[in-house]
Design a protein around this ligand. Structure first.
Ligand SMILES: CCCCCCCCC/C=C/C(=O)SCCNC(=O)CCNC(=O)[C@H](O)C(C)(C)COP(=O)(O)OP(=O)(O)OC[C@H]1O[C@@H](n2cnc3c(N)ncnc32)[C@H](O)[C@@H]1OP(=O)(O)O
Ligand SMILES: NC(=O)C1=CN([C@@H]2O[C@H](COP(=O)(O)OP(=O)(O)OC[C@H]3O[C@@H](n4cnc5c(N)ncnc54)[C@H](OP(=O)(O)O)[C@@H]3O)[C@@H](O)[C@H]2O)C=CC1
Length: 293
């Protein structure tokens, strides 16, 4: 679909690029000739991904340790990247999520998700965008959202709310920053199984609702190269008039509900207790590996 020089003049930051979709998007960008920066809180994970992707693609990839809930950590990262050369693109991909009945969420539980998804994406856009405006660079920002920006979803309310806020940021800044030639778009994937998301959203291993492929009209999950190709297209030159859009890539899932967790209303409090234990075990394992945050 694209060749090895489609993105040859591009330098792109992928937040959360050490794992899951961010890693596979980074692989696609590198194979198309971009230089890529990834960030996250676990140095081991970032380092391993850089080694793997540079070996597989021959491309130039670097990492930064950064907690996107902390605006200073983001500004330091972006400054250190621009010192090596200005970015031309940003992919807001890092996120946090877990399924839970909303009545059981504490303020800290809500904040853990909002501060990553909504605040973290905004701070990153601000740190990159203001430098582009000062330098006169016509960059491309793409945020990785979810189809819940149109449908909402039970049991993941802080995520649905925060992703919807970034959908609104995308439309608003496409207008405000259009005169600078900066464009903002977003993608809204349906289910693309990853370890990170499935441990938090499908912790019993029994796919249902949003994580079940049988309710997708195409009767399958998304495949990583499909999402990577859409990201390459949105980072490439040639369609610069495209801005302010959120593009679904979900095999028709959200058009043929249920694409949400509405069906989990049948679970008991005991079921939810087990789910919470499984999610906590996954989060603890990741936390023990963190180098920051
Ligand atoms: C369309 C179809 C698409 C198909 C489906 C795909 C949908 C895609 C949409 C989006 C998907 C994603 O984003 S998937 C991304 C998944 N990856 C991640 O989440 C990685 C990042 N995650 C994390 O850092 C952690 O897991 C997370 C817990 C969120 C934050 O960690 P912290 O160290 O900051 O926080 P902690 O101290 O552990 O916890 C903070 C509070 O949250 C509470 N908390 C933690 N787990 C909880 C739980 N299961 N239920 C209730 N509450 C919980 C704790 O009790 C604390 O509150 P108190 O008790 O009051 O102190
Ligand atoms: N998988 C799917 O089906 C779908 C996923 N999406 C979206 O795709 C994106 C990636 O999800 P996925 O790959 O599945 O899940 P992962 O858990 O693999 O990815 C999340 C990434 O974000 C990073 N991250 C989380 N919190 C922070 C933080 N505070 N600072 C810096 N980095 C952080 C994590 O690294 P670390 O923990 O080291 O910080 C991790 O690399 C998310 O935005 C998600 O909402 C959307 C629709 C469907």
């Amino acid at each position: 679909m694209f060749n090895s020089s489609t993105l040859s003049n591009k330098r792109i930051l992928v937040t959360g690029g050490g794992t899951g979709l961010g890693k596979e998007i980074s692989r696609g960008l590198l194979a198309s000739g971009a230089e890529v920066y990834i960030c996250g809180r676990r140095e081991n994970v970032l380092k391993t991904t850089c080694e793997e992707l540079s070996k597989d693609t021959g491309g130039k990839i670097h990492y930064r340790i950064c907690d996107i809930r902390d605006p200073e950590s983001i500004d330091d990262m972006v400054e250190s990247i621009f010192t090596e050369g200005p970015l031309t693109g940003l992919i807001n991909n890092a996120a946090a999520n877990f399924i839970s009945p909303t009545k059981d969420l504490s303020p800290r539980g809500y904040q853990a998700i909002r501060s990553t998804v909504m605040d973290g994406s905004f701070y990153t856009v601000l740190a990159v965008g203001k430098r582009w405006i000062n330098l006169g660079i016509r960059g491309s920002i793409v945020s990785n959202l979810v189809t819940w920006v149109w449908t909402g979803s039970a049991y993941v309310v802080p995520s649905a709310m925060s992703k919807t806020a970034i959908d609104s940021m995308t439309k608003s800044l496409a207008v405000e920053w259009g005169p600078y030639g900066i464009r903002l778009n977003a993608v809204a994937p349906g289910p693309f199984p990853t370890e990170g998301a499935w441990e938090k959203l499908n912790p019993t291993g029994k796919s249902s609702g949003a994580t079940d492929s049988s309710s997708v009209p195409m009767r399958r999950y998304g495949e990583m190269p499909e999402l990577a190709n859409l990201m390459i297209f949105l980072q490439a030159d040639g369609c610069d008039y495209l801005t302010g859009q959120t593009i679904a890539i979900d095999g028709g899932h959200h058009l043929a509900a249920p694409s949400t967790f509405a069906s989990l209303s049948d679970l008991s409090d005991d079921d939810w207790g087990n789910i919470r234990d499984n999610i906590k075990a996954s989060a603890e394992k990741e936390k023990s590996e963190r180098s920051i945050g």
